[in-house]
Design a protein around this ligand. Structure first.
Ligand code: M6R
Length: 359
């Protein structure tokens, strides 16, 4: 039931702070130690490499997850689009462990991978929002997202839940591998900060609605750019915008723009820079300068400690690994208001279904 909300998507965006608290409640004990099946962790400890598999938004959540697993566990981690992995399996490590990310648990491309890797005798975990879904039943282990039903085709709270649950698992697995960085990572406190920060962002809807109407209502093209984890969020932000507002949007690695794609920048093309990481902030800012001088309309989504006077959207500060949980929220709302402003059916964009059961 959408209650007083005009669309499910807006309701689901608004639910994200509650979902973060729910994940803390379900997965972290009083001392902030993850409560995760020991058998799952024992199996993961035997792996020499993690393979994360997903489609669409779930793939984008996996890109963020891989950075967390590598930093907190020191186990090499690769992310694959399921429809690619299914038909061209790369050369594998000796002891792979598979993590399937799927909100619905029914995506045919992801299932195809699961079927193939099971035949090869490899263990797997499905992280899903739907208990007893196909990929949950067929994998060796399941972790639930606890996000509550997601109805809008555009995935929002499932993305942030996937990122948060991967953070829990990365901390648990890192601790099981005696990694000091995982022990020191105060995820419980940080997810509390995230929940408060998300609330502040969803409370600034008016600002986001006016930015959407000013910059995104008319252009044909738009770009989200960032480096590292910000690039991963740029990909998800662009997908949100294109799937519900039909603006041709691309998520781009900031440093790669000048190697060709900058030719697409015209007068007033919106370019939205995501800037949350100390190491890359200056570089992304200079990439934004390059597009300003070609006439682009530049907007920024920036962590507070990196913010400058003319930044567009300022995010509360949080651990650098968790910034996607905040930076994606304004992008979700910009997509929402762009779609709404065009009078489109936000929840049911053309040509799309909530779960994709064809290959
Ligand atoms: O249910 P899944 O997470 O496996 O779905 C995968 C994609 O179809 C899905 O994330 C899709 O990209 C989103 N609906 C986009 O918002």
């Amino acid at each position: 039931d959408k209650g007083t909300y005009p669309f499910y998507m807006l309701k689901e965006v608004d639910e994200q702070p509650v979902v973060m608290r729910k994940i803390v409640q379900e997965y972290l004990n009083e001392d902030g130690v993850p409560v995760i099946d020991q058998d799952l962790l024992e199996t993961m400890k035997k792996a020499d490499r993690l393979y994360i598999i997903g489609a669409g938004t779930s793939y984008h959540a996996g890109l963020v997850g891989a950075r967390m697993f590598e930093r907190l566990t020191k186990v090499p981690t690769q992310v694959f689009i399921s429809s690619e992995f299914a038909y061209e399996q790369p050369i594998m490590s000796e002891r792979p462990f598979f993590i399937f990310l799927t909100q619905s648990g029914e995506t045919a491309d992801s299932r195809e991978v699961l079927v193939n890797i099971k035949k090869q005798g490899w263990p797997s975990l499905t992280i899903t929002n739907v208990p007893k879904s196909t990929l949950s039943r067929e994998a060796s282990y399941t972790l639930l997202l606890h996000a509550g039903p997601e109805i809008a085709v555009a995935s929002t709270k499932a993305y942030t839940a996937q990122v948060a649950v991967q953070a829990v698992l990365a901390k648990a697995f890192g601790m099981a591998r005696n990694q000091q960085e995982a022990v020191d990572f105060d995820l419980k406190q940080q997810l509390g900060i995230v929940a408060v920060g998300m609330q502040a962002i969803v409370d600034s809807k008016d600002q986001l609605e006016s930015i959407a109407s000013r910059y995104l209502a008319t252009p044909r093209n738009a770009f989200y750019i960032g480096r590292g984890i910000d690039w991963s969020v740029a990909l998800e932000s662009a997908l949100k915008l294109k799937e519900i507002s039909y603006v041709q949007a691309e998520g781009f690695a900031s440093g790669e723009l000048k190697h060709g794609t900058i030719a697409l920048i015209e007068s007033k093309t919106p370019v939205i820079g995501i800037i949350t990481q100390d190491r890359t902030a200056g570089l992304t800012r200079s990439n934004l300068q390059e597009v300003v001088s070609r006439g682009a309309s530049v907007l920024t989504i920036v962590s507070k400690h990196l913010a400058q006077a003319d930044d567009t959207i300022v995010l509360p500060d949080v651990d650098p690994l968790l910034t996607p949980l905040l930076s994606v929220v304004p992008a979700q709302l910009l997509a929402y208001y762009t779609s709404l402003g065009k009078g489109l059916d936000v929840d049911k964009p053309r040509n799309l279904a909530k779960s994709v059961t064809v290959q």
